[in-house]
Design a protein around this ligand. Structure first.
Ligand SMILES: *[C@@H]1O[C@H](CO)[C@@H](O)[C@H](O)[C@H]1NC(C)=O
Length: 168
């Protein structure tokens, strides 16, 4: 009984930690209220959960990251929050899909400082260990994007267990 309770508690903690990152991205963008027009950071922050939904197009969060920089400017704090969005894991519904979707649009994100960053993927996916290590590394030092899409950069860095998705 006790073991079962502990396992459930541990699973809940893991799930919470993973899905907490949506909230972290939203809070990071919300915190940029000193930048851009009054209310702009709040509006952009409010748009972050939608682009991280399982059903969202994989390119939508890259466009939103560009919008964040376009509207709030390219201060290091703005770029850091936008980079967090690029690197964030899009929600994943294992009963509806077995592998994640990554954006194959080479023009996104358009912001040079956001290129070469690859996203986290669900840890249940085969190969996710490589991708999740790469994602953390790319936030510290972006990979060379050389005009490639996020999907292509991910493949070049050793993770290919995903469905490439064009911008909708
Ligand atoms: C991709 O990941 C899925 C889900 O974890 C797994 O079933 C499948 O074997 C993996 N495919 C490859 C080519 O690694």
């Amino acid at each position: 009984m006790q073991t079962k309770t502990l396992i459930l508690a541990a699973l809940a903690a893991v799930a919470h930690a993973r899905f907490g990152q949506e909230g972290l991205v939203q809070a990071a963008v919300q915190a940029l209220s000193d930048f851009g027009a009054p209310g702009a950071a709040g509006t952009l922050a409010g748009q972050t959960p939608g682009v991280l939904l399982a059903g969202a197009n994989a390119c939508a969060k890259l466009s939103l990251a560009d919008d964040i920089v376009t509207q709030l400017g390219d201060d290091a704090a703005v770029l850091a929050a936008a980079a967090q969005l690029v690197a964030a894991e899009k929600n994943f519904n294992p009963s509806a899909q077995s592998i994640p979707t990554l954006c194959s649009d080479a023009s996104l994100p358009a912001t040079e400082a956001l290129r070469g960053i690859v996203p986290l993927v669900d840890p249940a996916v085969v190969g996710s260990d490589v991708q999740n290590t790469n994602s953390a590394a790319s936030l510290k030092a972006a990979f060379a994007a050389n005009g490639d899409s996020v999907a292509d950069v991910s493949t070049a860095q050793g993770f290919s267990n995903f469905t490439a998705q064009a911008n909708a």
